[in-house]
Design a protein around this ligand. Structure first.
Ligand code: SF4
Length: 316
């Protein structure tokens, strides 16, 4: 399999009142051509920060302290702002979390799509409109010829997310990063949007990085899964393998907390994930772990290979 993207030893911190706090610790990940990589974990675990670093769309107080993000033999972290603008949208596109705040309320849907298309594809306004109409058809927006001239407030959340998917796909990117693309939508619309993303990804063989906290979505969508906790990858495996045999106590806890037919009691993982400003020695999961051993609060375990997984836990 050809690797299309490789993240190597990535460390990202945030500057808060002149102090640096590490949010992403030594992350290594790769994405294969045409495959879907899921990054799963609770809010604040570093999954979105890792994904946004690929596009270099981080908050102004974020500091990429070290690492490489290799795409087409180039380290994206070394590109100039201008070079990065050529990558964003045309080679690597984003489907954001909240459609309602991601579209500009002052411009029509068509204007916003056409601006992207003209910038990246260098075509005339007439050609850009034709491409935009086709992209809106592809994401199954009804009455496209009329709706293309409407404003975002005239679209529902689900329809706005379809527009953003059209915007992500209209320049035929090699990679799409979907950052919890259904979190802000009604449950009834979520399944439709997921089905649409899945269908378009399969048709186009686009590589996808899918950020989610929902294991059900991972099961349906992803070829490989990285589980993140407190800024670290604590388990990585192919999806079937992870679901059949989760190894890390945190991953096991996530599965045990899922509802299932016939399950009488849902277990919860006690405690809360640490905040970015908290420094926890050893394994960062040890305050919540029921398998905790003496060694666990001394040194952080490394990711090791075990039964077709990568896992970071002293049990293995
Ligand atoms: Fe639990 Fe120790 Fe494994 Fe951490 S290293 S998950 S504390 S058993």
């Amino acid at each position: 399999m050809t690797k299309i993207l490789e993240i190597k030893n990535l460390n990202i911190s945030f500057k808060i009142e002149d102090e640096l706090f590490r949010a992403v610790h030594n992350v290594n990940l790769s994405l294969e051509k045409g495959k879907v990589l899921g990054i799963v974990g609770e809010s604040g675990c570093g999954k979105s920060v890792t994904a946004m670093s690929i596009l270099r769309l981080l908050a102004s107080n974020a500091v990429i302290e070290s690492g490489e993000i290799i795409f087409n033999d180039k380290n994206l972290l070394n590109l100039s702002i201008k070079e990065m603008q050529q990558v964003r949208g045309s080679k690597i596109a984003l489907i954001p979390q909240d459609p309602l705040t991601s579209l500009n309320p002052l411009y029509t849907i068509g204007d916003q799509l056409m601006e992207t298309i003209k910038f990246h594809r260098g075509v005339s306004a007439k050609q850009a409109r034709e491409i935009a109409i086709k992209a809106l058809h592809d994401v199954k927006i009804p009455e496209v010829e009329r709706r293309i001239d409407e404003y975002p407030h005239q679209f529902s959340g689900g329809m706005s997310q379809r527009v953003l998917i059209a915007m992500a796909l209209c320049c035929n990117p090699e990679i799409i990063i979907a950052d919890e693309p259904t979190t802000a939508l009604d449950v009834t619309v979520q399944a439709q949007i997921l089905d649409l993303i899945k269908e378009l990804q399969k048709q186009r063989h686009t590589s996808l990085v899918f950020i989610t906290h929902d294991l059900g979505v991972v099961a349906e969508f992803c070829d490989y899964v990285a589980v993140m906790y407190a800024g670290r990858i604590i388990e990585y495996a192919d999806t079937r393998e992870l679901f059949n045999n989760p190894l890390h106590p945190y991953t096991k806890g996530l599965f045990e907390s899922l509802p299932a037919p016939g399950k009488e009691e849902l277990k919860v993982i006690k405690g809360q994930p640490p905040s970015i400003t908290e420094s926890i020695p050893g394994c960062t999961f040890h305050p919540r772990c029921s398998y905790r051993m003496e060694v666990c609060d001394k040194d952080a375990p490394e990711l090791v290979y075990k039964d077709g997984h990568m896992v970071s836990c002293y049990l293995y």
